[in-house]
Each structure stands twice: as structure tokens, then as C-alpha cells.
Write a new protein. Structure first.
Length: 158
């Protein structure tokens, strides 16, 4: 049987060295990656969908930022978690609830020890809050227009 001459590089390889190599299984080529999301070019205006999605992302980031800011503010007010280095949001909320309960019980104890009377500053604050609520409730209430003025009209037939 005729064997064609081998090139010089292939001739240097022995069949033993070829057999010792691990057999690689040929797989079909991977599909190409999906194209990146199209960004609007400078020549065409952005689509409504793109603008809406961009706006939604911005709003979501702002809400996340403001929520984190409020948790930091709450943490700075609560003595139990104020000095801790790492505190979860759940721990901050639980500590806040505990702290509010403690303040409430202190207030109730203080009021009972004064014979049921609130401190003067707290009484003024409550009174101004009541007045604000009254103003808001009367301003938001709908009242029917006054009835038309009725003059003493004589009947037409008399």
C-alpha cells in the first residue's frame, strides 16, 4: 500500500507520542454570545423603552440610596446600635422598636408620678398639635354651598 510522504514536522512525531496524548472530544462550536444591548447612536434619538428603563434604573438607585441614608440616620439615634461596627437592618429595626418601647414606658411612668399631669412643655406641644389637626380637619371638610337667599315673595296669583 502506498503511503504519501510525510512533512518534516510530522515525521518527527512518532506514533507512540500521538497515542499517549489524551483524546479530545470534538464538540460543536459554541454559539456566539448575544450582542450587547444596543445603545442609541448619536444620529438617532433613544427609543421610549430605553428612556423608560433608564429612568426606572435611576429611580431604583435613588430609592436604594435614600433607604440606606435613613437606616444610617436611625442607627445614629439608637444608643444600642450606635457604637457597633457591623449591624444588619433587622437589628437596627429591632433596636429601634425596643428603644421606642423604653421611651414610652419612661413617659408613662413620668406622667403617673406627676399625678397624671404632663410636663408644661409637652402640654404646649400637644395643644399646638391638636390645633393643627383641627385646622386641617376643618380645611379639608367639604361644606355645601349656602342655600340661595329666600326673600319674602308674594304668590303670583294674589
Amino acid at each position: 500500500m502506498f503511503q504519501p510522504p510525510m512533512p518534516a514536522a510530522a515525521a518527527s512525531l512518532s506514533t507512540a507520542s500521538l497515542e499517549s496524548r489524551p483524546h479530545r472530544r470534538r464538540t460543536s462550536p459554541r454559539p456566539p454570545p448575544p450582542p450587547p444591548p444596543s445603545t442609541p447612536s448619536s444620529s438617532s434619538p433613544p427609543s421610549r423603552r430605553y428612556v423608560r428603563q433608564l429612568g426606572q434604573r435611576i429611580v431604583k438607585k435613588y430609592k436604594r440610596f435614600s433607604r440606606e441614608l435613613e437606616f444610617r440616620r436611625l442607627r445614629s439615634v439608637i444608643p444600642a446600635v450606635k457604637e457597633k461596627e457591623s449591624v444588619s437592618k433587622v437589628e437596627i429595626l429591632e433596636a429601634a422598636i425596643t428603644y421606642i418601647d423604653q421611651l414610652h414606658s419612661q413617659l408613662v411612668t413620668s406622667v403617673h408620678s406627676r399625678g397624671g399631669r404632663l410636663p408644661a412643655a409637652l402640654q404646649r406641644q400637644l395643644e399646638t398639635e391638636r390645633q393643627r389637626r383641627r385646622r386641617r380637619s376643618t380645611a379639608n371638610q367639604w361644606s355645601p354651598p349656602p342655600p340661595p337667599s329666600v326673600q319674602n315673595e308674594e304668590p303670583a296669583g294674589e
